[in-house]
Design a protein around this ligand. Structure first.
Ligand SMILES: [Zn+2]
Length: 329
């Protein structure tokens, strides 16, 4: 993700009010709510028995590979590991391959990339998405000394946490009572950027465009993006863009978190405006929201390592997701 410049951020913040999210009374009348899969509060469903330690061990395993930069050997190793893991858990594997070109670097043209789609109940046409990027940033550009930018950057939380969480959640997918099909989607090329003018979100843009052009496409009623969900003190305010584009989905997720007393979710706070993989999904007809801890202190630093992450943070998020999944009609 990257932070939108302050002036634009305020413009976005003015679109939807925090209070409206809290008490449901301040709908912005100009917005069309496209998120038709709003979860029903009355269903008594239990969260999954998520194993926080195993999720953390997956995070360690991913980081042992080293950096997982798009087009790199590390990414290839990760792809092999994920294919094996999700097959073993009974998911159906699809690779969506494409290439991407970096504007600032003539040596990085047509770089091979791939989104990974792991499907549960693949025959169902009504579906939802849980997604995350799985590439790590090539430069640790929040390090104050630029000489450190090119040192190996593991991206434990930023690039690893969504993957580790979904690896653990896969163990529980067959225990959930689901009315819809579910796709775990791992986006490549979220931040294959070397200079600020470079393009972000190659994978989610490709996924969105492909979906829009598909003939017999499934109906994706909702997508939840996970980005930096394993920090030790996570804070998930409401993302302004998510609130603008998919308010029912925001309301459903943050109210489930409130029910479950998952205190990292903060419905009283509106986050700063972010660009992230949920934007191309919304632009291509899939209502999508972002659960993101944008205040993670190790963001784009060499210290973004498993030691600064926590399995119980992933557990909080997964519990909320698991209740939401079971309530989707
Ligand atoms: Zn990042």
């Amino acid at each position: 993700m990257y932070r939108v410049a302050g002036r634009i951020a305020w413009a976005v913040l003015l679109v939807g009010g925090v209070e409206g999210c809290m008490n449901g009374s301040a709908e912005t009348p100009t917005k069309k709510s496209g998120d038709v899969f709003a979860a029903d509060r009355e269903d008594a469903v239990k969260p999954v028995d998520f194993d926080a330690r195993r999720a953390y061990s997956y995070l360690e395993e991913l980081c042992k590979i080293g950096p997982r930069i798009s087009g790199s050997e590390g990414m290839k190793k990760q792809q092999q590991m994920l294919e094996k893991h999700f097959k073993e858990q009974g998911g159906k594997i699809d690779w969506q391959r494409f290439t991407a070109t970096v504007k600032s670097d003539p040596r990085r043209q047509q770089v091979p990339m791939a989104n990974l789609i792991v499907s549960w109940y693949p025959d169902r046409m009504r579906r939802v998405i849980l997604c995350s990027h799985y590439d790590t940033r090539p430069l640790a550009d929040q390090e104050s000394d630029a000489r450190n930018w090119r040192k190996p950057f593991l991206g434990a939380n930023d690039g690893g946490s969504g993957v580790a969480l979904l690896m653990e959640l896969a163990h529980h997918m067959n225990d959930l009572k689901l009315n819809v099909g579910v796709d775990f989607v791992f986006f490549d090329g979220e931040e294959y950027v070397f200079e600020e003018r470079d393009e972000y979100f190659f994978g989610s843009k490709h996924f969105g465009r492909t979906y829009r052009r598909m003939r017999d496409r499934p109906f994706y009623g909702a997508a939840i993006l996970l980005d930096m969900v394993a920090g030790k003190k996570p804070h998930f305010p409401i993302d302004p863009y998510s609130w603008e584009r998919a308010p029912d989905l925001v309301r459903a997720v943050w109210s489930i978190a409130h029910e479950l007393e998952c205190s990292a979710f903060d419905a009283n706070a509106m986050g700063r405006a972010m660009q992230d993989d949920h934007v191309p999904l919304n632009q291509n007809g899939i209502p999508a929201i972002d659960i993101i801890d944008a205040g993670y202190p190790h963001w784009h630093k060499l210290s973004d390592t498993p030691a600064n992450c926590s399995g119980t943070s992933m557990e909080q998020v997964a519990k909320v997701l698991s209740v939401w999944l079971q309530r989707v009609k």
